[in-house]
Design a binder for this molecule. Sequence first.
Ligand SMILES: Nc1ncnc2c1ncn2[C@@H]1O[C@H](COP(=O)(O)OP(=O)(O)OP(=O)(O)O)[C@@H](O)[C@H]1O
Ligand SMILES: [Mg+2]
Length: 295
Amino acid sequence: MSSTERAARSLKSLKDEEWRTLAGLERAATGFGTPDLGRLARMSRLPPDRVSFATDALERKGLAMRRGGGYVLTREGVEVMALKDYVKKDLIFALGAIIAKGKESDVYEALTEEGEAYALKLYKIGRVSFTNVRKKRARESAEFKSWMTANYDAARREYDALKKLEGLSHAFPRAVAYSRSTVLLEELSGVRLSQRPDLQDAEAALTSVFESMRTAFTMGGMVNADLSEYNLLTDGASVWLIDWPQAVGTSHPNSAELLMHDVRAVAAFFRRAYGIEVDEQKAFDYVSGKTTTLG
Ligand SMILES: Nc1ncnc2c1ncn2[C@@H]1O[C@H](COP(=O)(O)OP(=O)(O)OP(=O)(O)O)[C@@H](O)[C@H]1O
Ligand SMILES: [Mg+2]
Protein backbone atom coordinates (compact mmCIF):
# COMPACT_ATOMS: atom_id res chain seq x y z
CA MET A 1 0.00 0.00 0.00
CA SER A 2 1.33 3.45 -0.87
CA SER A 3 1.47 6.30 1.62
CA THR A 4 -1.48 7.92 -0.11
CA GLU A 5 -3.55 4.74 0.12
CA ARG A 6 -2.66 4.47 3.80
CA ALA A 7 -3.69 8.09 4.26
CA ALA A 8 -7.03 7.40 2.59
CA ARG A 9 -7.54 4.41 4.86
CA SER A 10 -6.76 6.46 7.98
CA LEU A 11 -9.31 9.06 6.98
CA LYS A 12 -12.24 7.20 8.46
CA SER A 13 -10.56 6.07 11.65
CA LEU A 14 -9.28 9.38 13.01
CA LYS A 15 -10.82 10.79 16.17
CA ASP A 16 -11.49 14.46 16.71
CA GLU A 17 -8.50 14.81 19.06
CA GLU A 18 -6.25 13.28 16.43
CA TRP A 19 -7.48 15.73 13.79
CA ARG A 20 -6.88 18.60 16.20
CA THR A 21 -3.39 17.34 16.91
CA LEU A 22 -2.65 17.07 13.18
CA ALA A 23 -3.87 20.64 12.75
CA GLY A 24 -1.64 21.71 15.64
CA LEU A 25 1.34 19.99 14.05
CA GLU A 26 0.65 21.73 10.76
CA ARG A 27 0.39 25.14 12.43
CA ALA A 28 3.62 24.46 14.32
CA ALA A 29 5.41 23.43 11.13
CA THR A 30 5.02 26.86 9.62
CA GLY A 31 6.54 28.40 12.76
CA PHE A 32 9.20 26.46 14.64
CA GLY A 33 8.84 22.98 13.14
CA THR A 34 9.09 20.33 15.84
CA PRO A 35 6.92 21.17 18.85
CA ASP A 36 7.26 19.18 22.05
CA LEU A 37 4.13 17.86 23.74
CA GLY A 38 3.61 20.99 25.85
CA ARG A 39 3.73 23.31 22.91
CA LEU A 40 1.71 20.95 20.77
CA ALA A 41 -1.00 20.87 23.43
CA ARG A 42 -1.25 24.66 23.20
CA MET A 43 -1.21 24.62 19.39
CA SER A 44 -3.93 21.93 19.32
CA ARG A 45 -5.93 23.47 22.19
CA LEU A 46 -6.04 20.12 23.99
CA PRO A 47 -4.98 19.04 27.49
CA PRO A 48 -1.39 17.63 27.51
CA ASP A 49 -2.49 14.08 28.38
CA ARG A 50 -4.93 14.01 25.47
CA VAL A 51 -2.25 15.26 23.09
CA SER A 52 0.03 12.53 24.33
CA PHE A 53 -2.63 9.90 23.52
CA ALA A 54 -3.25 11.50 20.15
CA THR A 55 0.42 11.66 19.14
CA ASP A 56 0.84 7.98 20.12
CA ALA A 57 -2.11 7.08 17.91
CA LEU A 58 -0.88 9.25 15.04
CA GLU A 59 2.57 7.71 15.30
CA ARG A 60 1.09 4.21 15.16
CA LYS A 61 -0.91 5.16 12.07
CA GLY A 62 2.17 6.64 10.42
CA LEU A 63 0.74 10.17 10.32
CA ALA A 64 3.22 11.82 12.66
CA MET A 65 6.70 11.00 13.91
CA ARG A 66 9.16 12.02 16.58
CA ARG A 67 11.99 14.22 15.46
CA GLY A 68 14.52 16.16 17.44
CA GLY A 69 12.65 16.04 20.72
CA GLY A 70 9.34 16.95 19.15
CA TYR A 71 6.80 15.79 16.61
CA VAL A 72 6.31 16.41 12.90
CA LEU A 73 3.75 15.37 10.33
CA THR A 74 4.66 12.65 7.87
CA ARG A 75 3.73 12.81 4.20
CA GLU A 76 0.73 10.62 5.03
CA GLY A 77 -0.26 13.03 7.78
CA VAL A 78 -0.25 15.90 5.31
CA GLU A 79 -2.17 13.88 2.72
CA VAL A 80 -4.87 12.71 5.11
CA MET A 81 -5.55 16.36 5.97
CA ALA A 82 -5.81 17.25 2.29
CA LEU A 83 -8.14 14.32 1.60
CA LYS A 84 -10.35 15.30 4.51
CA ASP A 85 -10.53 18.82 3.16
CA TYR A 86 -11.75 17.65 -0.25
CA VAL A 87 -14.24 15.23 1.29
CA LYS A 88 -15.58 17.94 3.63
CA LYS A 89 -16.07 20.25 0.65
CA ASP A 90 -17.97 17.46 -1.13
CA LEU A 91 -15.46 17.49 -3.96
CA ILE A 92 -14.40 13.88 -3.66
CA PHE A 93 -15.74 10.80 -2.03
CA ALA A 94 -13.09 8.13 -2.50
CA LEU A 95 -9.58 7.60 -3.76
CA GLY A 96 -9.35 5.55 -6.94
CA ALA A 97 -6.50 3.85 -8.76
CA ILE A 98 -3.07 5.35 -9.25
CA ILE A 99 -2.66 7.00 -12.66
CA ALA A 100 1.05 7.78 -12.59
CA LYS A 101 3.98 7.72 -10.24
CA GLY A 102 6.52 10.44 -10.97
CA LYS A 103 9.67 11.85 -9.43
CA GLU A 104 7.99 14.87 -7.94
CA SER A 105 4.40 13.74 -7.61
CA ASP A 106 2.00 10.83 -7.65
CA VAL A 107 -1.29 11.19 -9.50
CA TYR A 108 -4.39 9.26 -8.42
CA GLU A 109 -7.92 9.11 -9.62
CA ALA A 110 -10.26 10.69 -7.09
CA LEU A 111 -13.92 9.86 -7.37
CA THR A 112 -16.92 12.09 -6.82
CA GLU A 113 -20.15 10.85 -5.30
CA GLU A 114 -21.69 10.97 -8.77
CA GLY A 115 -19.05 8.54 -9.98
CA GLU A 116 -17.04 11.05 -11.96
CA ALA A 117 -13.28 11.10 -11.67
CA TYR A 118 -10.74 13.86 -11.06
CA ALA A 119 -6.98 13.55 -11.14
CA LEU A 120 -5.48 14.19 -7.71
CA LYS A 121 -1.85 15.24 -7.92
CA LEU A 122 0.09 14.78 -4.68
CA TYR A 123 3.51 16.41 -4.55
CA LYS A 124 6.45 14.60 -2.98
CA ILE A 125 9.37 16.92 -3.65
CA GLY A 126 12.43 16.04 -1.60
CA ARG A 127 12.48 13.77 1.41
CA VAL A 128 12.87 14.33 5.07
CA SER A 129 15.91 12.22 5.77
CA PHE A 130 15.84 9.53 8.40
CA THR A 131 19.46 9.63 9.41
CA ASN A 132 20.87 8.09 12.54
CA VAL A 133 23.16 11.00 12.99
CA ARG A 134 21.78 13.23 15.68
CA LYS A 135 21.16 16.61 14.25
CA LYS A 136 20.67 19.88 15.94
CA ARG A 137 16.99 20.39 16.57
CA ALA A 138 17.05 23.72 14.74
CA ARG A 139 18.47 22.06 11.67
CA GLU A 140 15.83 19.33 11.75
CA SER A 141 13.11 21.93 12.06
CA ALA A 142 14.50 23.88 9.13
CA GLU A 143 14.75 20.76 7.00
CA PHE A 144 11.20 19.75 7.76
CA LYS A 145 9.88 23.25 7.18
CA SER A 146 11.56 23.50 3.78
CA TRP A 147 10.13 20.09 2.77
CA MET A 148 6.63 21.23 3.67
CA THR A 149 7.04 24.62 2.07
CA ALA A 150 8.35 23.16 -1.20
CA ASN A 151 5.37 20.83 -1.55
CA TYR A 152 2.68 23.23 -0.35
CA ASP A 153 4.08 25.94 -2.65
CA ALA A 154 4.20 23.66 -5.68
CA ALA A 155 0.54 22.72 -5.27
CA ARG A 156 -0.55 26.32 -4.79
CA ARG A 157 1.57 27.54 -7.70
CA GLU A 158 0.15 24.91 -10.05
CA TYR A 159 -3.38 25.79 -8.96
CA ASP A 160 -2.77 29.52 -9.43
CA ALA A 161 -1.25 29.02 -12.88
CA LEU A 162 -4.13 26.83 -14.06
CA LYS A 163 -6.69 29.30 -12.72
CA LYS A 164 -5.09 31.99 -14.89
CA LEU A 165 -5.50 29.67 -17.87
CA GLU A 166 -9.01 28.52 -17.06
CA GLY A 167 -11.53 28.90 -19.86
CA LEU A 168 -8.92 30.01 -22.41
CA SER A 169 -8.53 26.61 -24.05
CA HIS A 170 -9.42 22.95 -23.51
CA ALA A 171 -5.72 22.20 -23.81
CA PHE A 172 -5.13 22.98 -20.11
CA PRO A 173 -6.60 20.81 -17.34
CA ARG A 174 -9.08 22.68 -15.16
CA ALA A 175 -7.93 23.04 -11.57
CA VAL A 176 -10.79 22.26 -9.20
CA ALA A 177 -9.14 22.96 -5.84
CA TYR A 178 -5.91 22.63 -3.92
CA SER A 179 -5.09 21.61 -0.39
CA ARG A 180 -1.71 21.33 1.32
CA SER A 181 0.67 19.50 -1.01
CA THR A 182 -2.06 18.43 -3.43
CA VAL A 183 -4.04 19.82 -6.34
CA LEU A 184 -7.30 18.43 -7.69
CA LEU A 185 -7.49 18.52 -11.48
CA GLU A 186 -9.84 17.68 -14.29
CA GLU A 187 -8.94 14.16 -15.40
CA LEU A 188 -7.52 13.90 -18.91
CA SER A 189 -7.55 10.72 -20.90
CA GLY A 190 -4.32 10.88 -22.83
CA VAL A 191 -0.92 9.27 -22.71
CA ARG A 192 2.39 11.11 -22.61
CA LEU A 193 3.74 12.16 -25.98
CA SER A 194 7.09 10.70 -24.89
CA GLN A 195 5.55 7.28 -25.53
CA ARG A 196 5.36 8.30 -29.18
CA PRO A 197 1.78 7.23 -29.74
CA ASP A 198 0.40 7.20 -33.27
CA LEU A 199 -1.03 10.62 -34.02
CA GLN A 200 -3.83 11.22 -36.49
CA ASP A 201 -1.87 14.17 -37.85
CA ALA A 202 1.48 14.93 -36.23
CA GLU A 203 1.82 18.30 -37.94
CA ALA A 204 -1.61 19.39 -36.75
CA ALA A 205 -0.74 18.18 -33.24
CA LEU A 206 2.42 20.29 -33.24
CA THR A 207 0.52 23.31 -34.50
CA SER A 208 -2.04 22.86 -31.73
CA VAL A 209 0.74 22.76 -29.10
CA PHE A 210 2.12 26.06 -30.41
CA GLU A 211 -1.39 27.51 -30.48
CA SER A 212 -1.93 26.51 -26.86
CA MET A 213 1.43 27.97 -25.85
CA ARG A 214 0.43 31.17 -27.64
CA THR A 215 -2.89 31.26 -25.81
CA ALA A 216 -1.15 30.70 -22.46
CA PHE A 217 1.34 33.48 -23.20
CA THR A 218 -0.78 36.13 -24.88
CA MET A 219 -4.07 35.60 -23.06
CA GLY A 220 -3.10 33.91 -19.79
CA GLY A 221 0.19 35.74 -19.37
CA MET A 222 1.95 32.45 -18.57
CA VAL A 223 4.94 30.40 -19.74
CA ASN A 224 4.96 26.74 -18.66
CA ALA A 225 8.78 26.74 -18.42
CA ASP A 226 9.01 22.93 -18.28
CA LEU A 227 7.37 21.90 -21.50
CA SER A 228 8.55 18.75 -23.22
CA GLU A 229 7.12 15.47 -24.49
CA TYR A 230 6.77 14.42 -20.83
CA ASN A 231 4.34 17.21 -20.06
CA LEU A 232 2.18 16.81 -23.14
CA LEU A 233 -0.69 14.32 -23.06
CA THR A 234 -2.53 13.14 -26.14
CA ASP A 235 -5.38 10.83 -27.13
CA GLY A 236 -4.06 10.76 -30.69
CA ALA A 237 -6.03 13.82 -31.77
CA SER A 238 -5.99 16.47 -29.02
CA VAL A 239 -2.90 17.52 -27.08
CA TRP A 240 -3.03 18.79 -23.46
CA LEU A 241 -0.34 20.84 -21.74
CA ILE A 242 0.08 19.71 -18.13
CA ASP A 243 2.38 20.24 -15.13
CA TRP A 244 2.40 23.96 -14.32
CA PRO A 245 3.98 24.47 -10.86
CA GLN A 246 7.10 26.13 -12.26
CA ALA A 247 5.19 28.39 -14.67
CA VAL A 248 6.17 32.05 -14.72
CA GLY A 249 4.27 35.14 -15.74
CA THR A 250 5.09 37.08 -18.89
CA SER A 251 6.48 39.90 -16.73
CA HIS A 252 9.17 37.59 -15.30
CA PRO A 253 12.61 38.82 -16.47
CA ASN A 254 13.39 35.41 -18.04
CA SER A 255 9.98 34.72 -19.53
CA ALA A 256 11.14 35.13 -23.15
CA GLU A 257 14.11 32.85 -22.57
CA LEU A 258 11.92 30.24 -20.88
CA LEU A 259 9.37 30.45 -23.68
CA MET A 260 12.13 29.88 -26.25
CA HIS A 261 13.34 26.93 -24.20
CA ASP A 262 9.84 25.42 -24.31
CA VAL A 263 9.60 26.03 -28.08
CA ARG A 264 12.94 24.29 -28.61
CA ALA A 265 12.02 21.29 -26.47
CA VAL A 266 8.73 20.79 -28.31
CA ALA A 267 10.32 21.32 -31.74
CA ALA A 268 13.20 18.95 -30.98
CA PHE A 269 10.82 16.19 -29.95
CA PHE A 270 8.56 16.51 -33.00
CA ARG A 271 11.65 16.49 -35.22
CA ARG A 272 13.03 13.36 -33.52
CA ALA A 273 9.81 11.43 -33.14
CA TYR A 274 7.77 12.49 -36.18
CA GLY A 275 10.36 13.95 -38.57
CA ILE A 276 8.81 17.42 -38.63
CA GLU A 277 11.13 20.38 -39.23
CA VAL A 278 10.36 23.59 -37.36
CA ASP A 279 11.79 27.07 -37.75
CA GLU A 280 12.25 27.78 -34.04
CA GLN A 281 12.50 31.55 -34.41
CA LYS A 282 9.25 31.66 -36.40
CA ALA A 283 7.60 29.43 -33.83
CA PHE A 284 8.82 31.70 -31.04
CA ASP A 285 7.51 34.81 -32.81
CA TYR A 286 4.16 33.09 -33.15
CA VAL A 287 3.79 31.80 -29.60
CA SER A 288 4.94 35.12 -28.15
CA GLY A 289 2.31 36.96 -30.18
CA LYS A 290 4.73 38.90 -32.41
CA THR A 291 3.25 37.27 -35.47
CA THR A 292 -0.21 35.86 -36.09
CA THR A 293 0.68 32.78 -38.13
CA LEU A 294 3.29 30.05 -37.84
CA GLY A 295 4.30 29.99 -41.47
N1 LIG B 1 -5.05 16.01 -15.20
C1 LIG B 1 -4.54 14.80 -15.40
N2 LIG B 1 -5.33 13.81 -15.87
C2 LIG B 1 -4.84 12.57 -16.09
N3 LIG B 1 -3.56 12.22 -15.87
C3 LIG B 1 -2.73 13.17 -15.39
C4 LIG B 1 -3.17 14.50 -15.14
N4 LIG B 1 -2.12 15.21 -14.68
C5 LIG B 1 -1.08 14.37 -14.64
N5 LIG B 1 -1.42 13.14 -15.07
C6 LIG B 1 -0.55 11.95 -15.17
O1 LIG B 1 0.45 12.04 -14.20
C7 LIG B 1 1.74 12.16 -14.81
C8 LIG B 1 2.60 13.12 -14.02
O2 LIG B 1 1.99 14.39 -14.03
P1 LIG B 1 2.87 15.71 -14.02
O3 LIG B 1 3.74 15.76 -15.21
O4 LIG B 1 1.91 16.84 -13.83
O5 LIG B 1 3.70 15.53 -12.68
P2 LIG B 1 5.29 15.41 -12.44
O6 LIG B 1 5.51 15.65 -11.01
O7 LIG B 1 6.03 16.23 -13.42
O8 LIG B 1 5.58 13.92 -12.74
P3 LIG B 1 6.96 13.39 -13.33
O9 LIG B 1 7.94 13.47 -12.20
O10 LIG B 1 6.61 12.00 -13.75
O11 LIG B 1 7.30 14.29 -14.49
C9 LIG B 1 1.44 12.59 -16.24
O12 LIG B 1 2.43 12.19 -17.13
C10 LIG B 1 0.14 11.89 -16.52
O13 LIG B 1 0.36 10.55 -16.85
MG1 LIG C 1 5.79 16.23 -15.49
